[in-house]
Design a protein around this ligand. Structure first.
Ligand code: EPU
Length: 346
């Protein structure tokens, strides 16, 4: 276990915000975590606990006067397999993209479309990360947690995890922040069946002259990586947390109201009554693409991403967030909810 006092979190959040945590504790096994929690309950329970992952969905608004927990549980274990599928347990501290790469090498398929999403496996199970028509929750069979309140372990089955768009039970108010994810069990397929339905992927294959029959998982991964790199800024070069807002899910009446003025509004059907409208489109229509307020900017290639142009504080990013929300609300009557979690006080 590694403990750091008055620790800078700059390296632990992809926005690159330079805040300080009172204490940072890195653990590499369940025993280390439960030992820490025992001591914490006896001596330090007045301090708030915050479990982070790769820091790719966090915005520090101020210093954190508590204890940050960081998992370095990194084992990947094949639990069982049958003719069609494998069950594989992945430590919460494994970098998600390393797992995707490892799975493809092993011939375990399903998560290729989630290539290059930053963050750790534990956080992917909490956030239900998604891209190009695939969500992590589609492949998660069980999640193993330790209660931060009493140190007990629990296994959550797929149905209990309540996965939906960017949501799991761990984001519910009553449960949020109360569990550390230790392992995530994925059920992956032995046969590669690419998911190409998300707008753009089939067209990209055609442009590259690749037929679906000749498509391998490695090639699909390379295409996803290239597509992401073309649109999304590299956090190592320019701080950002990927999509800052969730795509709003609205009723058909709202879509029709927007279509009356903007017939080309893009949308994805969710069910018979609701559609998802890309927040990036709404933000771009409001004229924000490439615009800045001080060191905080709306990315010039994907308006859904807010970036730290250098030296921004969490409050600078929050100011831009509020200005964007206000514009979209005034123009379209739609409230954008951040996907990013705010830490500290504004
Ligand atoms: N669009 C614009 N202007 C923009 C950005 C987007 O008009 O500046 C419109 C375009 O019409 C485009 C459509 O929005 O066709 C969709 O854009 P994109 O394919 O880039 O996807 P997205 O809906 O903006 C979501 C995820 C991304 C994920 C992509 C690809 C959310 C909040 N975001 O973005 O996830 O990579 O789909 O599947 O659902 C992330 O969570 O950090 C992330 C990057």
């Amino acid at each position: 276990m590694e403990v750091c006092k008055n620790c800078s979190v700059k390296e632990y959040n992809t926005f690159g915000i330079d805040a300080t945590a009172h204490l940072m504790v890195k653990y590499s096994s369940i025993d280390e975590l439960t030992d820490f929690l025992k001591k914490y309950r006896q001596e330090e329970s007045h301090l708030p606990l915050l479990h982070i992952g790769g820091g790719s969905n966090l915005l520090f608004l101020s210093d954190f006067a508590g204890i940050i927990l960081f998992s370095e549980i990194k084992d990947i274990t094949l639990l069982s397999d049958d003719e069609e599928t494998v069950l594989v347990s992945v430590g919460a501290g494994v970098t998600h993209d390393d797992f995707v790469q490892y799975a493809i090498q092993k011939g375990w398929y399903g998560v290729e479309n989630l290539s290059l999403i930053p963050g750790q496996v534990g956080a992917s199970a909490v956030q239900n990360i998604g891209a190009y028509g695939v969500e992590a929750g589609d492949f998660i069979k069980t999640v193993h947690t330790i209660s931060l309140e009493d140190g007990t372990s629990r296994q959550w089955n797929h149905d209990e995890l309540c996965y939906s768009y960017r949501h799991s039970i761990f984001k519910d108010q009553a449960i949020r922040g109360k569990y550390a994810v230790c392992h995530v069990v994925f059920q992956l397929k032995k046969r590669f069946t690419p998911c190409l339905n998300y707008g753009g992927l089939r067209a990209t294959l055609q442009q590259k002259g690749i037929s679906e029959e000749n498509l391998s998982a490695t090639l699909l991964r390379d295409i996803i990586i290239e597509t992401r790199q073309n649109k999304l800024p590299d956090p190592k070069v320019m701080g950002n947390a990927g999509s800052f807002f969730m795509n709003p899910i609205v009723g058909i009446d709202t879509l029709q109201r927007i279509q009356a003025k903007n017939s080309n509004v893009p949308y994805y059907e969710v069910d018979k009554e609701t559609v998802k409208i890309p927040a990036g489109w709404l933000i771009e229509q409001c004229g924000w693409k490439g615009k800045s307020i001080g060191p905080a900017a709306v990315h010039d290639r994907q308006a859904l991403v807010l970036v730290n142009k250098g030296g921004a504080t969490g409050k600078d990013i929050l100011e831009l967030c509020k200005a964007v929300q206000q514009s979209v609300e005034e123009t379209f009557g739609i409230h954008l909810y951040p996907e990013v979690n705010f830490i500290g006080e504004s």
